[in-house]
Design a protein around this ligand. Structure first.
Ligand code: 4NP
Length: 165
């Protein structure tokens, strides 16, 4: 039996990008009927919004794509490195924050930038922070997290010999 793969999406506030990524990735694995193989969560490097639902525009944009975001904000902590297989950073600053919490080489190897899995761009740019932007900024983030979710799932399938019949 394949072990459950545990993925934590991480941004700064855990109210815009990482809950959007969590929702998009959950929807994708449901569509592929792979939900039993995954445990998926999100968290923020900051503590500004602990206990809050995702930003109302993040929730609206996700809902327009058929995704209901129910996550409540929490802060990432060292126990997440013990629990999760991959900690997926939305931007370089989140990545640095995660590196500052990691203790071992094994921990550090779990940190991956999300846009590594975006085949439409070169390198690993940031998922841009939409917090001070308008609706189009949030829609752009939604587009990116949906694209990166496809790349991430394909990468996991290729690297874990998941059966895709
Ligand atoms: P997120 O966006 O990191 O994508 O959740 C932000 C949310 C809140 C703040 C900044 C970015 N803030 O400064 O409160």
């Amino acid at each position: 039996m394949t072990e459950i793969i545990k993925i934590l999406f991480v941004c700064l506030g855990n109210i815009c990008r990482s809950p959007a990524a969590e929702g998009a990735f959950k929807k994708l694995v449901q569509e592929k009927e792979l939900e039993d193989l995954f445990y998926i969560d999100s968290a923020g490097t900051a503590n500004y919004h602990i206990g809050e639902l995702a930003h109302e525009v993040t929730r609206k944009v996700a809902l327009d794509r058929g995704i209901e975001l129910k996550h409540t904000c929490r802060q990432v902590n060292y126990a997440d490195f013990e629990k999760f297989d991959f900690l997926i950073a939305m931007d370089s600053s989140n990545q640095k924050g995660l590196f500052s919490i990691a203790r071992t080489e094994k921990d550090r190897n779990k940190i991956i930038k999300f846009r590594k899995f975006d085949e439409t761009v070169k390198g690993e740019p940031d998922v841009p922070d939409p917090y001070y932007g308008g609706l189009s900024s949030f829609e752009h983030v939604q587009d990116i997290v949906e694209t990166c979710s496809i790349g991430l799932l394909n990468w996991i399938i290729e690297n874990n010999n998941l059966n895709q019949e």
